[in-house]
Design a protein around this ligand. Structure first.
Ligand code: TRP
Length: 494
């Protein structure tokens, strides 16, 4: 994993013990320059806390971490850390033990890249430690069931949403009749959405239903303009097209506001004020540490994280929350978006807002295997929401990586490996029946079920699911899109 994923956010886990653990992990594989930047960011954090007259305990913790980083720096480089004096290149203290642990280098997770050399996919338990988030334990799933009175969604039952921040706190408040709102989003980089893109939306729709709460969906057409070789008009058009697929997931128009950044930023003074407030309280050093920005990156990229952070604060939507700034936000998203929200959670108390809570999902694997996620720019790696039944069948039969054996005889004798089998993985996302899924797993492992048969089950699960999606999308008119995308009051009780 690249170091920037694990570093630089001053947003830390709550318990001091855990903080130490994760920070040890954090510093493990940094280069001198990265550690130097991490130190700069931490120094800045301490200064900010002092200026903001934060609690003494909070300052102490930040100072302790700063001291520890200084020790690590000395250990790594053989030199003392001095602000303003970056380490010379290649200044590694040869006999220090704090180098990489080998396995770490396999996983690379950030908002723009996801890859691992492990066929089972990214090591999510390690990611939790790195990012300093919390695992979604059975206890939390049971609690969600108790509070909502609904059977937990299969994404929760099966650990597809596997990590969280502050979810217990959200439930505590909800039990005391203090409600919250949901925020999620999508970067509209093309017209083509694939099944992997639906995961956060399917789950968000379920959350909206079981908690009966409002939802805002950000379409970051500005982000895609900044990062891709696309015209503004194209990005905006993709936003509107993607909105149709999102609406087809079944969101309640009375409880959902979908917005394009290009449209909403210009029409909402409150939203823009929050963007600028965030920009004022996050330094270049911090975003460089969190996102790995380079000197050659345009300044639009460098300031963009503030735009993705702003919807986490309820007063960015006065038409919905009537100017209240204290409504708690819960963000369901894929774990690669966490850097944005570590930054958001770090800045929130300094500008007088509650920190957003988070629920993180794992990635939807590419057809070729869990080493990377499904990508819209590689047609063979993806099943698109526009694919015909025949295309779905052909892609799965031709490209879905199999954990089966080479010959039928061997497969019958030794069985297949569902842990690396992409068809099986997809079924864990989309086949709702737990017993049926378990039986498939056992039969495949024992060799009773062949790869072709497993693929057939997946094909027959996906074909109707996608056909139904296409049917619902057809019903979404320009008028419906306009309704969802118009700033207006929503229907809910806080
Ligand atoms: N940056 C995200 C992407 O490229 C889009 C996004 C904006 C988002 N706000 C979000 C995703 C909130 C999840 C939650 O897809």
């Amino acid at each position: 994993m690249k170091v920037r994923n694990r570093a630089a956010s001053p947003e830390l886990p709550a318990g001091v013990k855990k903080m130490t653990d994760s920070q040890e992990e954090v510093e493990g594989a940094m280069t001198p320059l990265q550690l130097y930047e991490r130190l700069n960011a931490q120094g800045e954090q301490v200064r900010c806390l002092k200026t903001a007259k934060a609690e003494k305990a909070e300052i102490d913790v930040a100072v302790q971490l700063l001291l520890k980083l200084k020790t690590d720096y000395k250990h790594l480089t053989g030199q003392d850390y001095k602000a303003g004096c970056p380490p010379p290149e290649n200044v590694v203290n040869q006999d220090n033990g704090a180098a990489t642990d080998g396995i770490d280098e396999e996983d690379n997770v950030d908002p723009w890249n996801v890859s691992t050399s492990n066929a089972k996919g990214v090591d999510y338990d390690k990611l939790i430690v790195r990012f300093g988030s919390s695992k979604i334990e059975t206890e939390l799933v049971d609690r969600i069931e108790k509070v909502t009175g609904q059977k937990p969604h299969r994404f929760l039952r099966r650990g597809i949403f596997f990590s969280h921040r502050d979810m217990h706190q959200v439930l505590d408040a909800y039990e005391k009749n203090k409600s919250f709102y949901l925020y999620t989003g999508r970067g509209p980089s093309s017209e083509a959405m694939h099944v992997g893109h639906l995961i956060p939306f399917i789950f968000t729709k379920w959350l909206q239903d079981v908690f009966d709460i409002p939802l805002v969906i950000q379409l970051t057409d500005d982000e895609k303009y900044l990062w891709k070789d696309l015209a503004i008009e194209e990005c905006h058009r993709f936003a509107v097209e993607n909105a149709k697929d999102i609406i087809a997931c079944g969101f309640d128009v009375n409880k959902t506001f979908i917005f394009s950044d290009f449209d909403y930023m210009g029409s909402s003074p409150e939203f823009y004020r929050n963007v600028v407030k965030i920009q004022k309280h996050v330094t270049y050093n911090q975003v460089k540490g969190i996102f790995g920005f380079k000197d050659s990156d345009c300044i639009g990229k460098i300031s963009f994280p503030a735009i993705q952070a702003a919807p986490s604060f309820s007063n960015s939507f006065p038409q919905i929350f009537g100017g209240r700034k204290d409504v708690q936000c819960l963000i369901p998203c894929a774990i690669d978006q966490d850097p944005y929200f570590r930054m958001t959670r770090d800045v929130a108390p300094r500008i007088g807002y509650p920190k957003p809570a988070l629920l993180h999902s794992s990635f939807f694997p590419a057809l070729q295997g869990a080493q990377t996620k499904m990508s819209a720019s590689d047609a063979n790696s993806s099943i698109f929401l526009t694919d015909t039944p025949k295309q779905i069948k052909n892609k799965i039969n031709k490209h879905a990586f199999s954990g089966g054996k080479d010959t039928i005889e061997e497969h019958r004798k030794f069985g297949g490996n569902p842990d690396v089998d992409v068809s099986f993985m997809y079924l864990t996302f989309f086949l709702d029946d737990d017993e049926q899924l378990e039986k498939i797993k056992q039969d495949y492992s024992s060799g009773a079920l062949l790869t072709g048969e497993l693929k057939k089950i997946l094909i027959e699960t996906l074909q109707p699911m996608i056909a139904q999606h296409q049917e619902r999308r057809k019903q979404v008119t320009e008028e419906t899109v306009k309704q969802f995308m118009t700033p207006r009051p929503l229907n809910f009780k806080l």
